[in-house]
Design a protein around this ligand. Sequence first.
Ligand SMILES: [Mn+2]
Length: 363
Amino acid sequence: MPQGFTRRAIGALLTATVLLLIWRVSNYHVPSLSPNRVSQITKPGGNGHGRRVAKVSMLYGHPNPLYERALQSHERHAQRWGYPMHVLQQDISAGFWNKPSYVLSLVIQELAKPALKRMEWLMWVDADSIIINPAIPVDIFLPPPELEEIHFVATKDQNGLNTGIVFFHVHPWTVSMLIEALAHPLYLPEVDLGRSADQEAMARIMAKTYNGPEGRGYADGMAYLPRPWINTYEWHHAYEGKKGDLLVHFPGLEDDRWPHMANWLDIVEKTPLEWEVPLQDTAYIDLTTQYWSRFRAARDLANSVQEDVWLSPVGTATSARQEAVNNLRLALQQNADEPELLQQRVDEVKAAVRKEVSSAQAE
Ligand SMILES: [Mn+2]
């Protein structure tokens, strides 16, 4: 069968699946709260983005009271901040693929609305995560509007990308990215995606630097936040976070997961104020503001040095600058959660500029 035909067939199949999903998906909507509650999102002291965010999760199959209670903690948080919350309650795809399928259907539904009525971001939360400090709004974690090329904000651990807690931009870029991730097992059936197939597929698509919406893949559309800010793990021995942190997530604990979840649920249900800390008393505002301003400064530096390289007269030395810019871009894509490494790459670009520009002047 000709390759083009296969691709068209898969494309048509995916489109049909997406349309079907939009009709079949069962979700519910927590109504927004009073305007004065919503206005708190944009109150001074926040990063001031005040973006419209909806939370998304899924829970279906055999009833599990712990997951239900965990999602109730997310619903309380969503109500407090006026975020609509969508929870998939039907199995719509094969296992792991429910997550990206459902997110894709929601992104398309939002894009179908007039711009001013759309959600701007979707925050995916796994049902094995519990909000422990509902006083934290989530728009502080999102890129400022000037970083319009960032469409995916996530975290990574020792295994790479972790999609337990992820922000998806409501944007055609995200539609393409999710379609490519969903198509991965269809296009490349020989690739073993391992246990968390959807996560591995997304990680592979996010690493692409070719094809995609603008021919550059997806790699420069993502940013890794330091994981403990939004995706704080519970280990077998302890919580890795501290008082004031947004949530706790329970990946890979096997049988330990249940007593650990039960323990945290008891805390947030019976003594909710024990772990609640007002936003201004946490480091979140400083940390996130600093993170995004460093990110933007590094990106701007990479862009301006790249432009200088392109505009350099023939015969000028540019290889050191080009290499340093490439490394800085790679760090922005893969290591923005490591401030020292990012700073090192910035310093290397500056050193390369000094070297090549000053030696050119000396000639
Ligand atoms: Mn999880």
